[in-house]
Design a protein around this ligand. Structure first.
Ligand code: F0G
Length: 458
């Protein structure tokens, strides 16, 4: 008999988690204005709000922390991190930052001016925020197929080369760079193929533009290239990663995802002029160039994390767990963005809560229902997160309305996945009784989902 699949690690340290009653959750959520970001973590049983900074570090990472050099300037931890990044990506210039959005802030302060147009594939909300707050435009050139959650495509995160070419033909003089997010978080943790990265490179070269990879989940992207793209089955993850970055000019990185650290990020590039330009913004915003917002010990843990998570076994364990949850949802007929993404399952709320009009935010309503059902915290990646159009101030209802269930790296077992699946099934089974959603009572102008206050209707 063939041996079943099992994790490529064993557990050395545990953290207790607590269940709660429905009455407690009703009270807590009301106090949180029906915004799960406002809950206290101890009010949550299984936390799927994000895979960012929530992973479990390995024994090697914890050991590396003891070697942290906390010197203000020239810390050896920085050089260990820089050498690892250069070895893995090929980029020789590295600026550490405290997280991914800080990398965006530093680099975009140098590159993005008012009136600029930045094409890419479903810019993440902080990326879009850092572009729009500079009075520039984030132009989404993702393939249309990504919008049909039921379509099974191996690389649903791809850039549409035709849309990109059109964007460049129309706005070439306003485009400071093209940004490709790997994997495409907003489209459902969907990967981008090597072939697509090559196409983007060719278009960029034609218009003499540079390409940035928003690399938060670059290693998971490489796993999908290895397992889904012809010609890559026998390559190592590290070889694939090297090739991905060879097609780009630089990267912004939230190390809290595929670096498997709790905090950290960086910019890396092959171009001295980008490095020199970004440097001037790193010092006032983040800190001196050899720590830029990170502790020495955190840079050491990140160096080890990057190395570990560009190994196949670690990635396979992780992505198979996401697939496991997807298979459970399939048994119950619950619709989600297909195929399952790298870091999360994106449940298609608009196909479940069909009675709720979009003005009452179906995905947020589903997020609320799942929390009340079992204390599981997902988050809305939908109409609330999409913010209002900066010009018309209308809600943006053009995209998908999803409940995202992120799976932290090396944290939960498949028993937890079973609890999530069954809780969601229970909500799904009573979907026709859920007829009203929520109304916004207070919201911020930008990135409103973190602090929005809501009222339940009906
Ligand atoms: N880019 C992508 C693709 C991301 O998913 C994130 C963060 C960032 C940039 C910003 O990085 O949080 O370190 O400042 N995504 C988290 C999430 C918050 O839950 O998806 P950060």
């Amino acid at each position: 008999m063939e041996l079943p699949f099992a994790e490529s690690w064993k557990i050395k340290m545990v953290e207790p988690i607590k269940k709660s009653t429905r009455a407690e959750r009703e009270k807590w959520l009301k106090e949180a204005h029906y915004n799960v970001f406002q809950l206290k973590s101890e009010q949550v049983y299984i936390d799927c709000i994000t895979d960012s900074g929530t992973g479990a570090m390995s024994d090697r990472q914890w050991a590396a922390m003891m070697m942290g050099d906390e010197s203000y300037a020239g810390a050896s931890s920085f050089f260990r991190l820089k050498d690892t990044i250069t070895r893995i990506t090929g980029f020789q210039y590295v600026i550490p930052t405290h997280q991914g959005r800080a990398a965006e802030n530093v680099l975009f302060s140098h590159l993005v001016k008012a009136g600029a147009v930045v094409p890419g594939n479903s810019h993440f909300d902080t990326t879009k925020g850092h572009i729009e707050s500079r009075k520039a435009t984030a132009l989404d050139c993702t393939i249309d197929e990504a919008k049909d959650t039921q379509l099974e495509l191996p690389f649903k995160g791809n850039v549409d080369p035709k849309k990109l070419e059109k964007a460049l033909a129309e706005h070439a003089d306003k485009v400071p760079f093209i940004i490709v997010t790997v994997t495409n978080n907003t489209a459902g943790g969907q990967p981008v193929s090597m072939q697509n990265l090559r196409e983007v490179r060719a278009i960029a070269d034609k218009y003499k533009k540079r390409v940035i990879l928003d690399s938060a989940r670059f290693a998971e992207n490489a796993y999908f290239i290895k397992t889904r793209e012809k010609g890559y089955e026998n390559k190592t993850i590290k070889e694939i990663v090297k090739e991905m970055f060879s097609l780009a000019d630089g990267m912004t990185m939230s190390a809290k995802k595929d670096g498997i650290v709790n905090m950290g990020g960086f910019i890396a590039t092959r171009h001295e002029d980008w490095y020199e330009g970004a440097k001037c913004f790193c010092i006032p915003f983040e800190g001196y160039l050899t720590y830029g917002g990170m502790n020495g010990r955190d840079m050491d843990a990140l160096a080890v994390g990057l190395d570990e998570n560009t190994e196949f076994d670690n990635l396979e364990t992780r992505i198979k767990q996401v697939e496991y949850l997807a298979k459970r949802l399939d048994e119950f007929g619950i619709p989600y963005q297909r195929p399952a993404g790298g870091h999360a399952i994106f449940v298609d709320a608009s196909r479940i809560l069909t009675e709720i009009p979009k003005e009452e935010f179906p995905a947020q309503t589903l997020t609320i229902e799942l929390y009340l059902e079992a204390g599981i915290r997902g988050c809305e990646i939908g109409y609330i997160l999409a913010d209002r159009d900066p010009v018309t101030r209308e809600n943006r209802f053009g995209g998908l309305d999803l409940l995202r269930l992120c799976i932290p790296r090396r944290v939960y077992t498949n028993n937890h996945m079973d609890v999530i699946a069954v809780a969601l099934k229970n909500v799904f089974d009573r979907r026709n009784q859920i007829k009203r959603g929520v109304r916004i009572t207070w919201e911020a102008e930008l990135m409103r989902h973190f602090t929005v206050q809501l009222e339940r209707l009906g």
